[in-house]
Design a protein around this ligand. Structure first.
Ligand SMILES: [Zn+2]
Length: 126
């Protein structure tokens, strides 16, 4: 038998009550709201944003501007660009005292990517 965790504070995120359409595309397309949206970084290809519902303090996500749900949808050049930013993200967490970093992807809906683009999550286990 499989047990499920229930996190009621995540319901608005999952049901989309707070964000019609894709919340990440809305953030991507509104750089003027970066401070309000907790965007840490952005360049021409991707942005990093703090998770509004963090697993741990310091949890943030690296998200391509292109709404794709798999690496092959991005293309190899953009995929490699994200890996460079990934490397920098890990170094940033070390600079803030993380002793280690947990990284994860949700690739396609069956991989947990519920209505979201491909995102790389950084969760320092503080
Ligand atoms: Zn999107």
């Amino acid at each position: 038998m499989m047990d499920h965790l229930y996190a009621p504070w995540r319901s608005p995120y999952l049901t989309g009550e707070n964000a019609p359409g894709c919340v990440f595309c809305a953030i991507s397309q509104n750089a003027k709201d970066d401070i309000k949206n907790h965007v840490l970084f952005r360049d021409a290809h991707c942005f990093a944003v703090m998770n509004r519902y963090p697993y741990t303090p310091g949890h943030f996500m690296l998200i391509p501007h292109a709404h794709q749900d798999s690496p092959e949808g991005l293309g190899l050049e953009l995929w490699l660009h994200l890996q460079k930013r990934l490397y920098e993200g890990v170094q940033l967490l070390y600079a803030f005292g993380a002793q280690g970093v947990n990284l994860g992807f949700n690739i396609k809906e069956a991989g947990g990517g519920h209505r979201t683009p491909l995102a790389r999550a950084f969760s320092p286990p503080f």
